[in-house]
Design a protein around this ligand. Structure first.
Ligand SMILES: [Fe+2]
Ligand SMILES: [Fe+2]
Length: 295
């Protein structure tokens, strides 16, 4: 890490201490949801664009948006819990004055507050999320327990950057329920610092990454994106909304959702992968095929 990076991280630690954002006071929790409030922009609703969406009643569309925003909040809370686990593992034996340890301790505190904030938002929206499946649980546990630090940080950076774009849309779409807008705003402010830190930390690895290492990083980012998309788009949600043949609809809707997600939420991810030359003859076809992203 360069001296310039170190100065920047000291600055990030200072901001975190001097300007902490507490969900308890930052979010207008008492503001009740009204009929005219939007719960999720159409561009982020998995089915918008699918012919079935046009056949849904207004109430069903709202129910779908409600359940999908709950699902996204749950997916972030879950992934942040995993990341806290990894951060504690990473800093466990470092000395108290170690720069990375000091920053990551701030990050653990912020991520813990975010998890509480997401849980409170879910409660406010009044629906239970669909739990991640066994495959998700096993892969995630193996990652945080055994992955080398650079790969685990790369996974987390990818998810943070994706969450950042998603939150950005939630925050800036006019008419969105103000509780959701403020949740997204708080999260975006703090995640921006985490992203800066993680990018600086990963520079040490990505700068000297050759072809195979860049390929590996590219695959880690790709699989994380794909992994997270499958935690959002769930058959159980379609069933709960009262959609016929939910399995079939999910299969059809997923590819379309991926294409929309790629254009709405993956711009910065594409830049990240470009920055470490992660698009090459091996990975390009996979990005096109698995994520519907044009590298
Ligand atoms: Fe967070
Ligand atoms: Fe974060």
């Amino acid at each position: 890490m360069t001296t310039q990076d170190q100065v920047q991280i000291e600055r990030l630690i200072r901001i975190s201490k001097q300007k902490p954002l507490f969900p308890e006071t930052f979010i207008p929790w008492d503001l009740e949801e009204a009929e005219e409030h939007l719960l999720l922009p159409d561009s982020l609703v998995s089915l918008s664009g699918h012919p079935v969406y046009q056949t849904l009643s207004k109430a069903q569309k709202r129910e779908l948006a409600r359940r999908e925003v709950v699902q996204a909040m749950y997916a972030y809370a879950w992934s942040e819990g995993l990341f806290c686990f990894f951060m504690n593992r990473y800093i466990l034996h470092r000395l108290p004055d170690d720069l990375e340890r000091r920053f990551l301790l701030r990050e653990v505190q912020e991520e813990s507050r975010h998890q509480e904030m997401f849980a409170a938002t879910i409660e406010k929206l009044g629906r239970r999320p669909v739990p991640v499946n066994r495959f998700h649980r096993i892969v995630a546990s193996l990652t945080v327990k055994f992955f080398p630090a650079d790969l685990a940080f790369m996974s987390c950076l990818a998810v943070e950057m994706m969450a950042d774009r998603y939150g950005d849309q939630l925050q800036h779409t006019p008419g969105t329920y103000p509780v959701l807008q403020k949740v997204a705003q708080l999260h975006n402010i703090e995640e921006a610092r985490h992203i800066l830190f993680t990018k600086a930390l990963l520079k040490t690895y990505t700068e000297r990454a050759g072809f195979w290492r860049s390929t590996l990083y590219s695959l880690v980012v790709l699989l994380n994106m794909r992994f997270f998309q499958s935690t959002y788009v769930r058959t159980d949600i379609y069933r709960a909304v009262g959609i016929d043949h939910p399995n079939r609809v999910r299969r059809q809707a997923f590819a379309d959702y991926q294409a929309r997600f790629a254009s709405e939420c993956l711009g910065t991810i594409r830049e990240l992968v470009h920055s470490f030359n992660g698009f090459n003859a091996l990975t390009r076809p996979l990005w096109r095929r698995i994520l519907k992203v044009e590298p």
